[in-house]
Design a binder for this molecule. Structure first.
Ligand code: TXA
Ligand code: MG
Length: 325
């Protein structure tokens, strides 16, 4: 059952306790309702993809209490400072490089070296983040492919029974998603138009990819869109899928009882739980990359993962990792 919570301090505290326990809570922001999880809890983040029925691990936006909290987790640059001063709290998402110490689950950023961050302006979102004391990872609170929700009723229509609670936060001021601006490259790039207009961004930082035709913009966006790159998250070591045995020079990415003879094993889920495996996938690839060479192992053998539920997304990511770079 999905609980419907109100905006009282008591209910906000209850929602924060649910998030801290790894459960999913939908909450209002000024743009659309978000489907929130504790961003530092990989298993809770994996549950977002399962609840939405998202076929791929698209990277999620992390919602912070203020800009100091943001810049403790991602690297600021001059443009990011200027934009955060002008537009936060508000409907602007910035894509910036993660700091090495960033505790946000790798799955929240789909294993990328960048993270999408924003400070929402809605009081319910602000109070919830403050009550949790940590950032909240949240995509729009709709089933994959559905329309973004701007009321608690919309959220329930798609996700009732799949999430712990929704906070009835009233209507969403902006009602369309935040503008996503990538500031991690040499020049700013508009990844998604949204709640802050391009014109007002340009007034603050100058031209953003001026003179580009819509077709070119679409092409560039597709190239930058992590979900569409073939070799998206490639570990340093070559990886092969659906391994039925382990060679002498291979480390093992296990799902269920490990194959015999493996010298180095990262277990995705001993009891073959796909949500747990999804939550641990990027951690596992990083860990094997780091540990295998010291043991003279030069490749990764990944055991087969079934293709249903989050298994589809896991296999999608494994096949990208296995694709030649
Ligand atoms: O208004 C909003 O942004 C709402 C509320 C809940 O905050 N959230 C939202 O999240 O729309 P979602 O997951 O539906 O959209 C996130 C967008 C996607 O287009 C995703 O590809 C992009 O942000 N994105 C996230 N992280 C990224 C990254 N590291 N690099 C490039 N794009 C990223
Ligand atoms: Mg969405």
């Amino acid at each position: 059952m999905t609980e419907i919570l109100t905006r009282t301090d008591r209910d906000i505290a209850r929602a924060a306790a649910m998030l801290a326990a790894g459960e999913l809570v939908a909450f209002g922001t000024e743009t659309v309702y978000g489907l929130g999880a504790d961003a530092s809890n990989a298993k809770a983040v994996a549950a977002i993809f399962a609840a939405k029925g998202r076929p791929h691990f698209n990277p999620l936006i992390c919602h912070y209490e203020n800009e100091d909290a943001v810049f403790a987790h991602v690297e600021a640059n001059a443009m990011a400072r200027r934009l955060s001063d002008s537009f936060w709290p508000g409907p602007l998402t910035l894509v910036l490089p993660r700091r090495v110490t960033c505790p946000v689950a790798l799955l929240a950023g789909a294993g990328l070296e960048t993270l999408a961050v924003r400070v929402p302006a809605h009081p319910v979102a602000q109070r919830l983040i403050a009550a949790l004391g940590r950032p909240i990872a949240a995509p729009s609170a709709n089933r994959s492919g559905g329309v973004s929700p701007t009321s608690a009723a919309h959220v329930l229509a798609g996700l009732a029974g799949k999430i712990a609670a929704v906070i009835d936060s009233g209507d969403c001021r902006v009602g369309l998603e935040s503008t996503v601006l990538d500031l991690s490259g040499a020049e700013p790039f508009l990844l998604r138009p949204g709640g802050v207009s391009r014109e007002s961004l340009e007034a603050a930082i100058g031209p953003i990819r001026r003179g580009i035709t819509p077709g070119q913009a679409e092409q560039t966006r597709t190239l930058r869109s992590p979900g569409l790159l073939v070799s998206h998250y490639a570990p340093n070591l070559p990886l092969r899928m659906d391994a039925a045995e382990v060679a002498d020079d291979e480390a093992l990415l296990a799902f269920g009882p490990p194959l015999a003879g493996a010298k180095l094993v990262f277990q995705l889920s001993a009891d073959e739980n796909l949500n747990q495996a999804a939550a641990r996938l990027f951690e596992g690839l990083h860990w094997l990359d780091a540990q295998a060479p010291a043991q003279g192992l030069r490749k990764i053998a990944a055991m087969a993962v079934p293709g249903h539920g989050l298994g589809l997304a896991i296999n999608d990511r494994l096949s990208r990792a296995a694709a030649p770079v």
